[in-house]
Design a protein around this ligand. Sequence first.
Ligand SMILES: Nc1ncnc2c1ncn2[C@@H]1O[C@H](COP(=O)(O)OP(=O)(O)OP(=O)(O)O)[C@@H](O)[C@H]1O
Ligand SMILES: [Mg+2]
Length: 355
Amino acid sequence: MKSILLVKDLHVDLGEFKIEDITFTVDRGDYVCVIGPTGSGKTILIETIAGLYKPKRGSIILDGEDITDLPPEKRNIGIVYQDYALFPHMTVFDNIAFGLKKRISKKSEIIREVKTIAQKLGIEHILHRRPTTLSGGEQQRVALARALVVRPKLLLMDEPFSALDFKTRSRLRKLVRDVVSEYNTTVIHVTHDFEDVWSLANKVMVMYRGRILQYDTVEEVFNRPCSDFVADFIDINVMEGVVTCSNDKTIVRIGDLEIMSKDKVYEGSRVKVFIRPERVLILKYRPDKKFENILEGFVENIENRGSMIYVWARVNNILMKCAFTPNILNIVDFRIGDKVYLCFRSDDVRLFVFS
Ligand SMILES: Nc1ncnc2c1ncn2[C@@H]1O[C@H](COP(=O)(O)OP(=O)(O)OP(=O)(O)O)[C@@H](O)[C@H]1O
Ligand SMILES: [Mg+2]
């Protein structure tokens, strides 16, 4: 059977907040990232799957079994939180072995399983320590080991890396990627960090106000957001225009501008134009190289977000966002007011007909 999790028509009513109409499936081995603004119901959704909230209606089927009314400990689901939630009075070994002891009685087997996962996560040297003596990254590796050692059918993670520094986060990402693919674990991972989505997920779910706005492959959601809200949330350039030519290439008129796209759309269609900011090359001089789209504009804002620099440039009446890694700033120094050229290829211009 391809799908391992089937959530059907799930409604959870917490009085002031509800999650509603939640229907989706997760395939075996999928890595799903759940994104959405704060307070959109991401934690409630995964905690309902884990059995911590009772749905008002709907069903949750895991690996063919209806688990909707099962208590959390009977669901075969692991959960990892941002704040590790380890047992402080137990050693790392006992923390990891905790769930195993209920399933396996042979001590030698427990030791073997704990050591295997500890080695994979690089924590075998700290098995005798207590969680309070560990760094955040080490604690999170212990929490992961504790969740994975029982080989859950589904691993849920709620912002597991958000308390960690940038370097530890990327190291842990790699560890998670390796270990879940080795264990063939199916994962639902709630995050605010798009780097988690890019580097870990094959599918992404966007939530807002207790509902799923879009759930699809990462490529589809980031290339074809289903609404302005999703487009805005995932930080993509959105414009509106009319198709004026649809021969070999499609030409879209947006105000005074013309943009070329490879998407096939009928002439006269009104379209939303989506362009990812990291697909836009920003230059201070008009390039010799033939880009299909070169727009002239002026820098209006620059924002350094650590791993990425965002530059907003105004092209006529349109504000376009470009994103690049900080090392480019060592070569080119952008300042507000600078004249710039925004260059992008026609196959990076996605069109979405809306009337
Ligand atoms: N037990 C509860 N009873 C009533 N309302 C709750 C309960 N838990 C959370 N809420 C509310 O439900 C809404 C959604 O909460 P949730 O924690 O799922 O958001 P989230 O998407 O995980 O947000 P964040 O990204 O900030 O973690 C919030 O407005 C929250 O205050
Ligand atoms: Mg949350």
